[in-house]
Every structure is written in structure tokens, then in C-alpha cells.
Write a protein that binds this ligand. Structure first.
Ligand code: HAS
Ligand code: CU
Length: 596
């Protein structure tokens, strides 16, 4: 049967389509801000006031990492659930409900940011996507974010509801892989967003409304990063989902291992949250010992990405050999490089491998001192979210858009040119950003070159780095124009009846090759919660103890360290006791599963 998604799920296709359009609109606004700030920072073309730079940067960050990514992923998650369970959503009005909530929320936040450009109102929210106190936004900024996040919670509820209904009708069956990926990602997201919800509802929103006079900045920062690290996996896991279930198929083969893919998503669920403090290695108000725990967890968290690199490349190789590829590396030539869906994802993966290395450097507690708050970090996240995720999303759009509109892709060659320009542009921009960071050039400023201070490069010059960044930025903008041309061209196309069927990759090794305990979502959720409690209870308590729940306005900071060994021993005991209690029956099941 060659049925497209829109044939099988016409009502859901509309929601997915609307999610994409919301996402692309955000991409357009965010992208525009990107080129403005690149040219401004590098000094090539300046037409905004440097004082407005924070407004541009806030819009760039929020529109791209919050609205572009999350709207896109709720679209593909809806697709994944309906397709893999082969059932419609339980109630399409509910589905539109969460979509509307997300749309209203982000519109409010967007207005609160963009209003910063005009003096006509005193609304402004130039607080960057991290909205740290003491930077304060207009209440509408926080309120919008709350609605947006509640929208994503309801979206998750929608998907859990579908799975639950399916489970009643298919007792004892293994959860289909795409659904498994959506559910584990969403549990991770529910835990992660508790941090940001607490920060906003208890502290930042009341403070911005004038209900409380002050906040404890270390506390709100820590709550932000409780969410701020796992949010990066909220962007990444949908991209990984595509690498697992789409990339093998477009490579002409099958997914190497379904069980390994499940293990990867479980590891993300369990380890994503208790690592957030790796963004705060330089925060003086947090003890070294807690930072060390975050670092250790982060290093473990590399594992699912290494497993992914292995599984995905093995699947690509399998595909290439099916297509007649041979040799140790010769098979690479047999891959469908002319297909933008394939090459976009493969290039995104290749860049993401480099991103992983800069991430490992960030994650080292001592070496982080060298790169923190420099342009290096900006280079890092343009490779991760800006390429690993964004390029994957753009590449799969060339497959999804026909599926949800019933119209053929406007141009494959424009698509190919688009993904290649993105890759090349990002190579210039990110590489130069990393190098600039090593010279100490700071991030988050319109004026990165201080007067009377010379940055000296070991190789090349600062001017050369600036030129590469500007060139990269221009190529990225060109790439975006090509992308939008293709999206608009496709939407304006007539209906086509020769579209490929709505299918995802089969597997070489299926779920039956793995213990059933992998599907025990309660167990993994329990372990995830225990680890979070372990990683965060003591740091939060100590931050509150020192700075007050609502903080005095100004706190004098002195570096602190964990000087009481008994505290650490007590914490470890607590974790073991809790883990044992949480595992309970699950632990027995695990043993049985493994020794089966
Ligand atoms: Fe990060 C800062 C550590 C991953 C995003 N990160 C950031 C910020 C963002 C961000 C936005 O420890 C800045 C936030 C801010 O505004 O301050 N990051 C890591 C580590 C990882 C990591 C250890 N980051 C990500 C991902 C992101 C993201 C993913 C978004 C999607 N990051 C940090 C740290 C900081 C940080 C510190 C704070 C820095 C500071 O001082 O401020 C790891 O998850 C990375 C693991 C990845 C790998 C790569 C595996 C390779 C694969 C490729 C397979 C190849 C294929 C293609 C498929 C180990 C999977 C093959 C193709 C062929 C042709 C063969
Ligand atoms: Cu992080």
C-alpha cells in the first residue's frame, strides 16, 4: 500500500502542517536576527544601535531554540505516534487545544521581546533565552513561556493517551520504537520543565509583577539550568529519532539495532537532568563537590551519543551495501548523496560529531574555565542545535512536507544546495567562533573587541576570524532563503499522486531481541527521579541557606567547597536506599529480563 500520511490521517496532517508553519515562521525571524548580529559584531555592517543588541540576541535565541525547534518537534512527534501506533489521536479538538496554547504563549513572549525595539511602549524583555536575574523581563514574557510549556505538557498527555488506548487493545505487545522514543523524551521533558516552571512561577513572574522585591539569583539560575541542560536533549532526541528511523531507510537499508536505540533513549531519560550544573562551573555560590557530581554525570551522558554514532553509521553502511557499496570506506560512495533528505541528515551527523568534542571540552570542570562565556560556547551550540538539530529538521522537511500537504517537493536540487550551503557556512562560522573563544573573545556582547586591548592569535588574525564568521553567517542566510523558497514552492504546488508511502525504517534486530524491562517506563522514570534528587537537593538547599529563598538584593559571594565529608557520605547512602526502594519489583524484573 502506498498511502501518504495525509491520506491516512487527514485531520492530524493539518496539525502537523500547522506546527511546521509555526516553526518556519520562527526560523525566519530568528534567522534574520542572526545575520543582523553577525554583521554587527564583526563590524562589517552596522545599522542597529549597540544598545539594541540584547534585544536582537534575545529574539534570535528564543525564536530559534524555543519556537523553531519545539514547534517542529511537536509536529514530528504527532506524526511518530499516529504512524507507529497506526491510530488517530483520541480527540482532535484536544490536539488543536495544545497547539493553540503553544501558539498563544509564544506570541505573547515574542511580542514582549520585539516590543523592546520601539519606544512607543515600555514593554521590553531583553533578557536572552536564559533570562537570568537580575535581568528582568516584562511579565508577558514569562507568562507566554508558561503557556507555551503547558501546551507541550498537554501535547505529551495527548501522546500518552494514544499509547494507553493502543496498549489496552494490544496487551503484551512491545511499544513501537518511534512511540517509545516520544514517550521517553516526554518523561524527560516533564521532569526537566519542573525547574523552569518553579523558577518562573515562584520567583521571576512575581518579581516582574512587583509582588516580591528580590530573588536569589543563584537559585533562579540553578533552576534554569535544571531545565536548560535537558532542553538541549529535547531538541536533540527528535533529531536522533530521525537518524534512527528515517536515515537508515533513505540510505537504502534498515536500522542496525532496535534494542540499542531503546537503551539510548533510556539513558537520556535517566541522565539528562542531573547534569545541569555543568553550566555553572564558574558560579561561585555552588560547592565544587556538586559541580564534580554534575561533571561525572555529564561524562556518562556521552555514552548514548557514542552508541548513536555507532548504530546510525552501521545502519548507513548496511544501506550502502544493499545499494552495491563495497570496501572498508568505499561504501560511502554508494550512499544517495544527491538526495537532500539523506545528505542533510548525514552532514548534520558529521557536524554533530565535532560538536560532541567541543561539548566534552566544555564539560571538563577545569578546562571549562578557559572557554566559559567566550565565543567558543557559541561555536559549540551552533554545531549542536544549530546544525545537528536544525539541519536535520530542514532535511527531513523535504520528506515531511509532501507527506503532510500531499504536494511534491518543489525542487530537490535547491534542497541539496541548501543543505550543502548550511554545512559549508557553519564550517566557516563555527570553526572561527571556537578559535575566537580560545583567544578569550567574549560571547553575548555587541562590542567584542575592547579598546586598548589586543587579542593575539597564534595562527591567523582576529580580522581573519571575523571575516570567516561574517562569511559563514552570509552563507547560512543564503541557505535559509533557499529553504524558504523550497517550502513556499512546495506549498504552492498542485496535489501529486505519486508520492512515496508514509513508512519508516525496518530493523535488522528488533525489539524481540531485548529484555522486556526496557519498556518498563515506570522503572526508568523512578531511577531518573532518584538521580535528580541526588544531584539537586543538596545544592538547592545550600543555595537557599546562603542566599535566602527570595534572596537579598545583593549577595556577597565567596567561593565555597564541600568541607564536610559526612554530608557526601550521607547523600550517597540516601541515594542507594532510595534506588533500592524505587527499583523494588522493577529490579527483580530487570534481573529476570537479563538472565532470561
Ligand atoms: Fe552543550 C553549552 C556540554 C551536547 C547545546 N550546549 C551549551 C549551550 C547550548 C548547548 C545551547 O559541559 C549554551 C547554553 C548557554 O547559552 O549558555 N553539550 C555538552 C556535552 C554534550 C553537549 C557534554 N549541547 C549539546 C547538544 C546541544 C547543546 C546536543 C543542543 C542540541 N554544553 C556542554 C557544556 C556547556 C554547554 C558543559 C556549558 C559551557 C559553558 O561554559 O557555558 C554531549 O551531549 C555531546 C555528545 C555528542 C557526541 C557526538 C557523537 C556523534 C554522533 C554523530 C554520528 C554521525 C553520523 C553521521 C550520524 C559524543 C552521534 C555520519 C556521517 C557519515 C558520512 C559517515
Ligand atoms: Cu549542558
Amino acid at each position: 500500500m502506498s498511502e501518504t500520511y495525509i491520506d491516512r490521517f487527514p485531520a492530524e496532517a493539518k496539525v502537523v502542517r500547522s506546527a511546521f508553519y509555526g516553526s518556519f515562521l520562527a526560523l525566519a525571524i530568528g534567522g534574520l536576527m542572526g545575520i543582523i548580529q553577525t554583521l554587527h559584531r564583526t563590524g562589517y555592517y552596522r545599522f542597529i544601535d549597540s544598545a539594541d543588541y540584547y534585544t536582537v540576541l534575545t529574539a534570535h535565541g528564543v525564536f530559534l531554540v524555543i519556537s523553531f525547534t519545539i514547534f517542529f518537534l511537536v509536529g514530528i512527534f504527532t506524526w511518530a505516534i499516529t504512524t507507529s501506533l497506526d491510530r488517530e489521536v483520541e480527540d482532535i479538538r484536544f490536539t488543536w487545544g495544545w497547539y493553540a496554547l503553544m501558539a498563544i504563549g509564544i506570541t505573547l513572549t515574542g511580542i514582549a521581546i520585539l516590543a523592546g525595539f520601539t519606544d512607543a511602549t515600555d514593554i521590553s524583555s531583553s533578557v536572552l533565552f536564559t533570562f537570568y536575574a537580575p535581568l528582568q523581563a516584562h511579565p508577558m514574557f514569562y507568562l507566554g513561556l508558561v503557556l507555551f510549556v503547558v501546551g507541550t505538557w498537554l501535547a505529551g498527555a495527548d501522546w500518552f493517551r494514544s499509547w494507553w488506548a493502543w496498549k489496552q487493545e494490544n496487551p503484551g505487545e512491545r511499544i513501537p520504537l518511534p512511540t517509545f522514543m516520544v514517550l521517553t523524551t516526554m518523561i524527560m521533558w516533564y521532569i526537566a520543565t519542573l525547574g523552569v516552571a518553579t523558577a518562573i512561577l515562584l520567583f521571576l513572574l512575581p518579581w516582574s509583577l512587583g509582588l516580591i522585591d528580590s530573588v536569589n539569583p543563584t537559585l533562579t539560575r540553578t533552576l534554569f539550568w535544571f531545565f536548560g541542560h535537558p532542553v538541549v536533549y529535547f531538541w536533540l532526541m527528535p533529531a536522533y529519532m530521525m537518524w534512527y528511523i528515517m536515515l537508515p531507510k533513505v540510505s537504502g537499508g534498515k536500522l542496525f539495532s532496535d534494542p540499542l536505540a531503546r537503551v539510548v533513549f533510556i539513558l537520556f531519560l535517566v541522565l539528562s537532568v542531573p547534569t545541569g550544573i555543568h553550566h555553572q562551573y564558574l558560579d561561585p555560590g555552588i560547592a565544587e563537590g556538586f559541580k564534580f557530581i554534575a561533571m561525572t554525570n555529564t561524562m556518562f551522558l556521552l555514552l548514548p551519543s557514542f552508541l548513536t554514532a555507532f548504530t546510525v553509521v552501521a545502519s548507513m553502511e548496511h544501506g550502502a551495501r544493499q545499494r552495491g557499496g563495497t570496501g572498508y570506506f568505499g561504501w560511502l560512495k554508494a550512499l544517495p548523496w544527491r538526495d537532500p533528505v539523506f545528505s542533510g541528515m548525514a552532514l548534520a551527523g558529521l557536524m554533530f560529531a565535532a560538536a560532541g568534542f567541543s561539548g566534552m571540552i566544555n564539560a571538563g570542570m577545569n578546562i571549562n574555565y578557559l572557554v566559559h562565556n567566550t565565543f567558543w560556547v557559541v561555536g559549540h551550540f551552533h554545531l549542536t542545535v544549530g546544525t545537528g538539530v536544525a539541519l536535520t529538521f530542514m532535511a527531513v522537511t523535504y520528506w515531511f512536507l509532501p507527506q503532510v500537504t500531499g504536494k511534491a517537493l518543489w525542487s530537490r536540487s535547491v534542497g541539496l544546495a541548501q543543505v550543502v550551503t548550511w554545512f559549508v557556512g557553519m564550517t566557516f562560522m563555527s570553526n572561527a567562533m571556537h578559535r575566537a573563544g580560545l583567544l578569550g573573545i567574549p560571547r553575548r556582547t555587541a562590542e567584542p573587541l575592547y579598546e586598548g586591548f589586543e587579542y593575539s592569535a597564534v595562527v591567523g588574525s582576529v580580522g581573519e576570524l571575523q571575516a570567516q564568521i561574517a562569511l559563514g553567517g552570509l552563507l547560512l542566510s543564503l541557505s535559509l532563503l533557499l529553504f524558504f523558497a523550497n517550502v513556499i514552492g512546495t506549498v504552492l504546488n498542485g496535489k501529486s499522486d505519486s508520492l512515496p508511502a508514509n513508512e519508516y525504517a525496518g530493523t535488522l534486530s528488533g525489539p524481540e531481541d531485548s529484555p522486556r524491562v526496557l519498556d518498563n517506563l515506570k522503572l526508568w522514570t523512578g531511577i531518573a527521579i532518584v538521580l535528580v534528587i541526588f544531584a539537586y537537593t543538596f545544592p538547592l538547599l545550600s543555595i537557599i541557606e546562603r542566599g535566602g529563598l527570595f534572596g537579598p538584593d545583593v549577595i556577597e559571594y565567596v567561593p565555597i567547597s564541600v568541607d564536610s565529608l559526612p554530608l557526601l557520605v550521607g547523600a550517597i547512602e540516601l541515594v542507594f536506599a532510595n534506588t533500592l526502594a524505587a527499583i523494588g519489583d522493577g529490579g527483580t524484573a530487570l534481573l529476570e529480563g537479563v538472565t532470561r
